[in-house]
Design a protein around this ligand. Structure first.
Ligand code: HEM
Ligand code: HEM
Length: 294
């Protein structure tokens, strides 16, 4: 769906938005050259009114998207309209204010509009490129398949660890228990790995809770433990633990990349929507201020 988002119906909305832009330029330059151009001329009011109407309409998309019973065209057509018309609001608003910026609420509205548009541009690229990357990361398995594999590995690790010596058992079980995946907004966005492992023998070093990023500490411990095996069968058990820990690292890495891409596909709206609300508030104040004091 998103592939066709921008070229919907032969770029109908791109042409509409360019048309609006040309009309706005004509209106702007129709202002008497002897006067400094500004938002208070009839041309200024017209452009301000057009920009405001467009902003209200774009913000309304949120409501429209959630109402699937609506009969006002397709969601895809509306998204394409949203993107192209959204891009043209910024120059129209700049023409309205005649490029006069300062430390005031008028400019605040303009800055918020810029932020909304920039977050929108980011979101558009996220929609167009990241879903394919997500598919490539997951390969021919789904996210649910990877999670099932992780659960199977965890169960087998616990099963094997029961027969191991106390330290190995503690390390393996705590590595499984204290694996971190996902988390808060920032952890998802940046793909932080805050996995830990509890080593009972590390008491002398301050904390027994050690970092286990990429499951590295678990893997290093198991690899070093194999040559120290004393009992028959222990080597095979430790080797299986090591192989599982290695595979587990790969599975977690894939899941973590998936979480990260998913966050980038979705979480930008966490900026786009509040910025829109901020813009609507600043715009209300701007309009009230100019009517009351100008
Ligand atoms: C004045 C400008 C804009 C306003 C007020 C605005 C507001 C909004 C709102 C309220 C939503 C709905 C969010 C939701 O509830 O899911 C939305 C979605 C979106 N916006 Fe904007 N936006 C603006 C400009 C832009 C621009 C310039 C772009 C891209 C270049 C853009 C890209 C998007 C995209 C891709 C979505 C998601 C649509 C979907 O999920 O189908 N926006 N915007
Ligand atoms: C119905 C809608 C609007 C009305 C009636 C309106 C009215 C005005 C008026 C009368 C001025 C001239 C003020 C002056 O020169 O001191 C002005 C300036 C300005 N407006 Fe608007 N406006 C509207 C919408 C918008 C929108 C949508 C934006 C941008 C988000 C915007 C941003 C600005 C800016 C940046 C200025 C220049 C401020 C300055 O001169 O320091 N306005 N507006």
């Amino acid at each position: 769906m998103h592939q066709h988002l921008l070229s919907y119906r032969r770029r109908r909305y791109l042409r509409l938005s360019l048309g609006l832009l040309v009309a706005s330029l004509l209106i702007y330059f129709s202002q008497a050259p002897t006067l400094p151009r500004n938002g208070g001329s009839w041309q200024g009011y017209t452009l301000g009114g057009v920009a405001t109407a467009m902003i209200l309409w774009l913000a309304w998309l949120g409501l429209r998207k959630r109402s699937y019973r609506s009969s006002l065209g397709t969601v895809q057509g509306w998204t394409s309209a949203h993107v192209w018309l959204g891009l043209s609001v910024l120059p129209i608003a700049a023409l309205h204010g005649a490029f006069q910026f300062g430390w005031n609420v008028h400019t605040l509205a303009f800055v918020l509009l810029t932020a909304v548009v920039l977050s929108g541009i980011y979101g558009m690229f996220a929609y167009l490129t990241l879903p394919q990357r997500l598919v490539r990361v997951h390969g021919d398995q789904s996210r649910a398949d990877w999670l099932t594999e992780l659960n199977a590995i965890d169960a087998r690790l616990r099963e094997l660890a029961v027969d191991a010596d106390a330290r190995t058992q503690a390390i393996v079980e705590s590595a499984v228990d204290r694996t971190s995946l996902g988390g808060g907004v920032l952890a998802q966005w940046f793909g932080f790995d805050r996995s830990r492992v509890l080593d009972p023998a590390a008491a002398g070093q301050g904390s027994r809770l050690l970092g286990n990023r990429g499951q590295q500490r678990l893997i290093d411990f198991l690899a070093a433990r194999i040559p120290l095996a004393e009992q028959r069968g222990e080597v095979a058990m430790l080797q299986e633990l090591l192989a599982l820990a290695g595979r587990r690292r790969r599975v977690l890495d894939t899941l973590r990349k998936g979480v990260r891409l998913n966050a980038r596909i979705k979480l930008w709206l966490v900026l786009h929507i509040p910025l829109t609300l901020g813009l609507l508030s600043a715009l209300t104040v701007h309009i009230l201020v100019v009517f009351l004091y100008w």
